[in-house]
Design a protein. Structure first.
Length: 147
């Protein structure tokens, strides 16, 4: 039941000092901080530092990040990462955002993120389906039930 820290910065501004200091103030030991210097386009699970965190973390551990956007830039990537952590029994605490699933407000924020991501996925699926029907109709296909 330990604290693990994770930092992510962009190659344009590769300074983790602020994040590492905040993690240390939250009780994370320097040896337990994992970092990535990467573009925001990479999914969390494709980053070397995040992979090392996931290999190290065990159920009952808490992953501490400076801000929730360290986990990813898209809502879907953040939510997928949070869901993966929760499935493995790993808690998440975001220092600047006040997201701590041990608190009622933090749990609410995580649930809202999950709901927003699910909504976004549903919208994408609807758009994809509508595009497929339009393309099929333009190609001469009969779409829908027979008359």
């Amino acid at each position: 039941m330990g604290l693990l820290g994770y930092t992510r910065v962009s190659p344009a501004m590769p300074h983790t000092g602020l994040q590492v200091s905040a993690l240390a103030a939250a009780g994370v030991e320097p040896r337990d901080v994992f970092s990535d210097v990467t573009s925001t386009a990479r999914r969390a699970t494709n980053r070397a530092g995040m992979r090392r965190v996931l290999q190290t973390a065990e159920a009952g551990d808490t992953l501490v990040v400076w801000r929730i956007d360290c986990l990813g830039r898209s809502v879907v990537d953040v939510v997928n990462t949070v869901a993966m952590l929760r499935e493995r029994g790993i808690q998440l605490r975001s220092l600047e955002d006040g997201i701590d699933p041990e608190t009622t407000g933090g749990l609410l924020m995580l649930d809202l993120l999950v709901d927003l991501a699910e909504y976004e996925r549903e919208l994408v699926a609807e758009r994809r389906s509508a595009r497929a029907r339009t393309t099929a109709r333009q190609g001469g296909a009969k779409v829908g039930r027979p008359p």
